[in-house]
Design a protein around this ligand. Structure first.
Ligand SMILES: Cc1cc2nc3c(=O)[nH]c(=O)nc-3n(C[C@H](O)[C@H](O)[C@H](O)COP(=O)(O)O)c2cc1C
Length: 503
């Protein structure tokens, strides 16, 4: 109960309100800007291979791509197209890297560890490595002497978050962004696994277990302000996994030390409190019953992954209803995200009246959504889970709710991810809060890619006025809460920014 109270307090305290944003420094302290690249001093560096041949994007969703063999080349491709650099950008003397996974403020809190069996080119015995995206290389943290008790043709990937990277800019609300980013990173890995014809499932969310496995609990190896909080342990396998019981290997004390990311730090004590309150486990089930429709032929998956970019400006043109429906439908590929529905501000979709719509992704919630929302909403059925709530021009409301960001009004549509908040807390306890962000982030990464495949662009919106949105929907309590916003349309590309390839 105490942990639930902590979640409710944190959630309320980190809401952005028209009169005050969640607590943060309020300015950019450039002297302490965190390094986005973690490295381990003393770790052996194994360069990964760069391959450019990937199957067409639409084939990732049929489930019948042949599985690539597990080898140095496939592990290289997996990591590069999941979390590797997608581009270098430069403007006015600044140069920055962008990655395949979207990240709030491009601050990149997510780190990735991989447990591989003996693989030629990596290690003659099973090994634990850290992925170094700038070098596109593995840093070997430990060679195990004995075989691992995991199925054949399987690798394990752990994700963790360095809160400090996001706290530097976003202060107390940053824990939310780190969890959304973890969801993006998870989905980026799942998609990259699908490119190889591999399966990806969540094996554990138990922070203690993941921390032990990757040496993140050996806290003397990290600056105290730059510790990593374990997020998810994923299993990637060439064929569907048969068991969820894996005996994870024990790690000795490691020698390598994590690099220092900032010369000094600002402290946000609430982050430790919310992190401690949201530990534990939740059931790891594929919960959506409908699956996505296989999209029509498209470009190569690799090209779409590398071209995915957040729009900074949108051009106010329309999209077709077919594109709109495909985007909604694509979210069903995230089959473990049944607690998330969309409430959409439709501005410019040919064939659809402008207005406020809802996309009910899990029909089990339909009646309770109707009860929770404004009783004067129409709920006009547009089939496949889409309902018109009220016709009207919501461009101003969308912009206002998205912290006045114009992309929310200039896009073809923008939306909030409305989550079954109290249901998740009741079912899973406080960790349900964390899980909802992972669900939203995963959907976000999927929709970015789908938009790119359609020649459109998207932008995740972490900055939104929580209760202004809830009030617009007539929500009176915490049954449903919006945890992530998103916008999709046609980007205006800023020609002043130059682009180079990631590698
Ligand atoms: C959780 C999350 C929240 C974000 N919030 C915003 C936002 O409020 N406004 C915005 O313009 N971009 C936002 N972005 C987009 C990021 O700034 C963008 O992903 C980052 O700069 C990297 O660029 P890329 O997506 O082109 O790789 C968000 C992204 C994520 C993943």
């Amino acid at each position: 109960m105490k942990n639930i109270t902590t979640v409710l307090e944190y959630h309320d305290r980190t809401k952005h309100r028209p009169t005050r944003y969640a607590a943060s420094l309020g300015y950019m302290d450039w002297a302490t800007q965190p390094n986005p690249f973690r490295r381990y001093e003393g770790a052996e560096l194994i360069p990964l291979k760069l391959s450019t041949i990937t199957p067409p994007y639409h084939l990732l969703f049929g489930g019948d791509l042949p599985a690539a063999p597990l080898c140095l080349e496939s592990v290289s491709q997996l990591l590069r197209y999941a979390l590797g650099l997608a581009a270098w950008k430069s403007h006015s003397g600044s140069r920055w890297a962008l990655r395949c996974n979207a990240s709030s403020g491009n601050l990149q809190p997510s780190e990735c560890y991989i447990l591989t069996p003996a693989l030629a080119g990596i290690s003659q015995t099973p090994a634990l490595s850290h992925y170094a995206p700038r070098e596109n290389a593995l840093e070997i943290l430990h060679h195990f002497d004995t075989p691992l008790d995991i199925e054949e043709n399987t690798v394990l990937i752990a994700l963790s978050s360095i809160f400090w990277r996001e706290a530097w800019k976003y202060g107390e609300r940053c824990w939310r962004y780190c969890q959304l980013d973890a969801g993006h990173a998870y989905q980026a890995i799942k998609i990259s696994a699908a490119v190889l014809g591999w399966k990806c499932d969540i094996l554990s969310v138990d922070s203690k277990e993941i921390g032990r496995l990757c040496g993140l609990d050996q806290i003397h190896r990290f600056d105290p302000h730059e510790q990593e909080s374990p997020d998810l342990l994923l299993r990637l396998s060439l064929s569907p996994a048969e068991t969820s019981d894996i005996d994870l290997p024990a790690l000795p004390q490691l020698d390598s030390r994590a690099n220092i990311l900032s010369p000094s730090h600002h402290n946000w004590p609430i982050l430790e409190v919310i992190d401690a309150a949201t530990q534990g486990v939740y059931p790891l089930t594929q919960s959506l019953t409908q699956s996505r429709i296989t999209p029509p032929p498209s470009k190569s998956a690799g090209e779409i992954i590398l071209k995915r970019r957040s729009a900074q400006m949108m051009d106010s043109t329309s999209i077709t209803e077919e594109q709109f429906r495909r985007l909604l439908n694509a979210s069903l590929f995230c089959s473990e995200t049944s607690d998330v529905h969309f409430v959409l501000f439709v501005h410019r979709v040919e064939g659809l009246a402008k207005g406020l719509y809802t996309y009910v992704r899990n029909a089990a919630d339909l009646e309770s959504l109707k009860v929770a929302m404004d009783i004067t909403f129409e709920w006009r059925d547009y089939s496949e889970g889409l309902y018109l709530l009220r016709e009207g021009d919501y461009r101003g409301a969308a912009q206002m709710i998205s912290c006045n960001q114009e992309i929310a009004k200039d896009a073809a549509f923008s939306f909030g991810m409305l989550c079954n908040f109290s249901g998740s807390l009741e079912n899973h306890g406080a960790i349900g809060y964390k899980n909802l962000y992972h669900q939203c982030g995963a959907i976000g990464q999927m929709l970015y890619l789908e938009a790119t495949s359609l020649g459109l662009s998207a932008t995740g919106i972490g900055c939104f006025l929580d209760d202004e949105f809830h009030a617009l929907l007539g929500l009176q309590d915490l049954k449903y809460q919006s945890l992530y916003h998103f916008t999709i349309g046609r980007a205006i590309v800023d020609a002043r920014i130059t682009t180079e390839e990631g590698y």
